[in-house]
Design a protein around this ligand. Structure first.
Ligand code: OGA
Ligand code: NI
Length: 337
């Protein structure tokens, strides 16, 4: 099975198609229209833009500037902040290996994970995805932590607003996701990303980020103006057809994750995506939203029937994530710390 996929010829289009995605205006009072646009996007590709989300352009730019300051540090400084077992901190180039079938080695990107800050003496700090973050010191990057913590808070607010529309699109109560049992103590992870400008070569298996779908409920992605993100709406098509997602200033590119696909019995899509480097440096900021550690994701009653039984068994959020992170990241013991 794997062998037949390996090296499957991918026809490189003479031109690069750009995907047309629906755009959801979070400030609009026409909720019905927003829900209908969003539903269409979730059925079609699971990707859409969100505009007028309430995070100011000025602040977004500040966070991008702070991200650049970090990645500009010498590698020796960055390695002092190498990610820990709880997935907090720096991930060097090649650390993440998203698509081993088509990639010759890991992704040509470096990153920085920031989770929910939970102090060491809080009982919740024992949970696999909670605990204190790894922070650069104030003398190295002043104001950095404050900016990231503020972004974390504001992005969670945007994500919750989007989940209210998703709930309506699934004919659920608007607070189905945005309630304490589901998103009261969410596993929410901010990830700064930097693509160094390596040119990707799909024939050679070199990618900025290998093909993958995100693990959680939804992801909010902010990018700079450099193109690179591509989606593949039908992963089984031969050859696969990849379309670019154009950057949109001030907007979030939002995509659905695998947990929502499980919840909705594959009615809503978590689409395969990847990043191709075009030789230009590129920065992006992903915000991954997953439910509480203990929450059990299982097929919604409205998404199953006798003829269409659940495609996946129920699974606890933390169990699912532990496996997905383990499958996609280098063993920490491989770094000479
Ligand atoms: C991711 C991702 C895309 C990008 O981090 O999961 O798909 O444009 N990032 O950086
Ligand atoms: Ni992704």
């Amino acid at each position: 099975m794997e062998d037949s996929k390996k090296g499957a010829p991918e026809v490189l289009p003479a031109y690069s198609k750009v995907s047309v995605l629906n755009c959801i205006d979070l400030s609009s009072s026409d909720i019905q229209k927003s829900v209908s646009l969003l539903k269409q996007a979730c059925l079609d590709s699971g990707f859409f833009y969100v505009i007028n989300h309430g995070i100011s352009q000025e602040f977004m730019e500040e966070v991008f500037a702070q991200s650049k300051r970090f990645f500009n540090l010498p590698i020796s400084e960055k390695m002092k902040l190498l990610r820990n077992e709880k997935h907090r901190g720096y991930t060097p180039i090649l650390d993440e290996y998203l698509d081993p079938i088509n990639q010759i080695h890991g992704d040509y990107k470096e990153g920085y994970y920031i989770g929910v800050e939970v102090p060491e003496d809080d009982p919740d700090a024992q949970k696999p995805y909670f605990g204190p973050n790894v922070w650069p010191t104030e003398d190295i990057l002043s104001g950095w932590r404050q900016a990231m913590e503020k972004y974390h808070r504001e992005a969670l607010g945007v994500a919750k607003a989007v989940t209210r529309l998703i709930a309506l699109a699934l004919d659920l109560e608007s607070d189905y996701f945005d309630q304490p049992e589901v998103l009261g103590k969410p596993i929410a992870v901010l990830r700064l990303l930097h693509y160094e400008g390596q040119i990707s070569d799909t024939m050679k298996g070199i990618y900025g980020a290998g093909a993958h779908s995100d693990f959680g409920l939804i992801t909010l992605l902010a990018t700079d103006d450099v193109t690179g993100l591509q989606i593949c709406k039908d992963k089984d098509a031969k050859p696969q057809i990849w379309e670019y997602v154009a950057p949109l200033r001030g907007a979030f590119i939002v995509n659905l994750g695998d947990m929502l696909e499980r919840w909705s019995n594959c009615i809503f899509r978590s689409t395969l995506h990847r990043v191709l480097g075009n030789g230009q440096e590129r920065y992006s900021i992903a915000y991954f939203v997953k439910p509480n550690h203990d929450f059990v994701v299982e097929c919604l009653p409205a998404c199953q029937s006798k003829e269409n039984p659940p495609k996946f068994p129920p699974i606890k959020c933390e169990t699912y994530l532990l496996q997905r992170y383990k499958d996609t990241h280098a063993d920490l013991n491989s770094y000479n710390k």
